[in-house]
Design a protein around this ligand. Sequence first.
Ligand code: SAM
Length: 284
Amino acid sequence: MKCQLWFSEYHTKNFALSLRVKDVLFTGKSKYQEIQILDTYDFGKVLILDNTFQTTERDEFIYHELISHPALFTHPNPKKVLVIGGGDGGTVREVVKHESVERVDFVELDEMVLELCKKYMPSLSCEMDNEKVNIIIGDGIKYVAECDEKYDVIIVDCPDPVGPAVGLFEKEFYKNVFKCLNDDGIMTQQTESPLYNLDLIKKIYTYLKDAGFSIVKPYVCSIPTYPSGFWCFTLASKKYDPLDVDENKIKEKLKNIPTKYYDEEVHKGVFLSSPKFLKDELKK
Ligand code: SAM
């Protein structure tokens, strides 16, 4: 009899996403979470935290380009960037593609995620040793509460709001992010599934407005391995509107920034194509 190994993430009691596993590269527990790195048949190497898909080699580019570039191309000259979470390194990899970026402070809670991704997922973690990247092992919630630095862009590459990540979706956190941004600063965060987490997206929208951001824009795309396959990011800006960016300037900069998903049309497109049910809810 031939055995097959599958990993399933249960999105609800009655709905699961399963990938067939070629090899179990790592399975263990850190101080914060259960960690698995699996090699799968169709999605390559996959990072799983607490039984939840975090990233896969096959579709990670969609997520990492869309959490990074809309903010970085909206800001005319991003020099100092803060990345919170994102231990796999994919977001940092995208951020350092921008020539203007001089320093990236990268605050990740779990050193074990960093070390494992360095070992098993080098296509994501390849820029962790870049001299512009300053790795800080610590809690991003505490970091922004105590920080007296100012950043041009802050990217919150967090997991779902459970355990140590709960506070990354709270009112106090967004106030502190606002405080840590320059007067023309921009933040982006992954904000879950519009299909499953609409109330959370609405709550985040309100918190960001209350924190003082004049422009708050959720945008969506599809990511096959995240719950519902349909995902939301939220950009909040003190000054620059992503829809005012000159497409030709994006095109020019992209000559030196290799991307697979993001370009000047995607930049405008994501902000213009939010589904009606999401816009209707935010209007309420
Ligand atoms: N793309 C992913 C997703 O949406 O599922 C997020 C990936 S990234 C691996 C999330 C990282 O955030 C994890 O490595 C986790 O350790 C880290 N993290 C969780 N809570 C944190 C906190 N409070 N401060 C900093 N990092 C945190």
